[in-house]
Design a protein around this ligand. Sequence first.
Ligand SMILES: Cc1ncc(COP(=O)(O)O)c(C=O)c1O
Length: 371
Amino acid sequence: MQTAKKNAKKNLRAVILNMHQYTAGKSIEEIADKYNLDPSRILKLSSNENVLGSSLKAKIAATLALEKVNIYPDVVSDELSKEIKKTHGLKNIEVVVGNGMDHIFEMLARLFLNNGDETIISIPTFSCYELVTLWAGAKPRLIPLLKNYQMDIGKILSLINKKTKMIFICSPNNPTGNLMKTEDIKKILDSTDKIVFLDEAYAEFAGKSLVKWIEKYPNLIIGRTFSKIYGLAGYRVGYAFIHKNLANYYLNSITPFVVSRPGQAAALAALDDHDFFEKTIRMVEEGKNFYYKELSKANIKHLKSDANFITLDTYPQKASLLANELLERGIIVRECSTFGKGGEYLLRISIGKREHNVKVLEVLRERSIRD
Ligand SMILES: Cc1ncc(COP(=O)(O)O)c(C=O)c1O
């Protein structure tokens, strides 16, 4: 047995031996099983999915695409990428499409990271940047965000060196929800030609994007996704804006056919459904305002959010305690200890429909009275 285990390890790259699996938000089935709850009564507010579902136009398009599911899809999602480009009216900037934005991180690591290189990541943040760095055999330099949840720009600039290959910025940041200061992003771009990856997974909720900056800063790459505002997380469609001088290298390095035919069709149709988009924005705005008002009344510490979730500051208690209490009541939320230092005191809750938010607040109020 021992020898078999040793043999299994023998062929692996050394970096893989120390890896851990990505921790995703818990699933409804998992929680129903664990707490013996009726799955239909469980609220999943842990992965910032769209609680309104997805656009009907997208569902119809995906269903129609099944007719040709025996044929490989477009190799690089060309029609979709052209349509996204058209929507944004871009010059010199290309759009590349991936199997979720997660896949794009991995491809970028393939393009830019060698063994021993370094990346710079402000934490707490989305853990995939660190994972792709480690998979590549590179070293993540993790810089804690400041008390106001902004980047420690002095520290970041001082860490850029010959080994630095990529700087990851998440804005609005997951899990704190706030946009990073534009002037700080500019300072980084003005001081380096290293690759700066700006993750704008939640940009639609903030109503703000730096896409146009890629014309001036060709080292800037901006990631986006259909998983949040468009409600297509299950189809796995992400994309990135990338300068035309880099786009071909990207296309030369990626796996083909990464987005399924129904996935490409759904994303294309979703782009065209402005009503669904606006309805989602309205629901999230109203939901956040409701939370701000009610949480302030109940004296529950929370952060201002530019995304589709709200984050509670549970310090000095670990967020996992509150997360577990909500879980026992059938409400799945995310305690953020896997997002890096500081995350253990943050509890992230996706904005739901009014009735969902009311239910969450009931438990939170009860809990704060007991404390
Ligand atoms: C900041 C951020 N970036 C990227 C992603 C992943 O997006 P996708 O579903 O397109 O892989 C997420 C998903 O939660 C996210 O929060």
